[in-house]
Write a protein that binds this ligand. Structure first.
Ligand SMILES: [Zn+2]
Length: 134
């Protein structure tokens, strides 16, 4: 049985981080759909089953480069979300010492010390100046 399975899986993709995420998301969606009434609940359940089927299709897939590319895409998205949360955590921790603004021209995030009154802020990225209360 074990040897048969190893032969069956040879040349197939198997599991990765994206697959783990898909099966967890599938489980969460299917469980959630039990408690959500109506069409929305049905849709959540269908999405959950689709995610589960997709996760198995990926495990047994022979197109390894494509599955690896999907996983790289997933890891990049996950990293972006993690960075966003890390930034929010830092801003919250420093909220009494610094104020954060966005440059009106290039959207660069800028940090200035609090409690200096109205100050002129010059964006180090694009050189735009604007006045804000710190
Ligand atoms: Zn700027």
């Amino acid at each position: 049985m074990r040897a048969w399975f190893q032969r069956f899986m040879s040349g197939r993709y198997g599991g990765d981080q994206f697959g783990n995420f898909l099966s967890l998301a599938a489980l969460a969606l299917v469980l959630l759909s039990i408690f959500v009434p109506g069409l929305f609940g049905t849709l959540l359940g269908a999405l959950g089953w689709a995610a589960l089927i997709y996760s198995y299709v990926r495990i047994f897939s022979r197109n390894i480069p494509k599955r690896a590319a999907e996983n790289r895409w997933f890891l990049a998205q996950r990293y972006a979300v993690q960075q966003r949360f890390a930034g929010a955590r830092t801003r919250f921790a420093q909220r009494k010492v610094y104020r954060y603004f966005r440059c009106p021209r290039c959207r660069q995030q800028l940090r200035v010390p609090r409690g200096r009154g109205r100050i002129s802020i010059t964006c180090p990225k694009c050189g735009t100046s604007f006045i804000k209360k710190s």
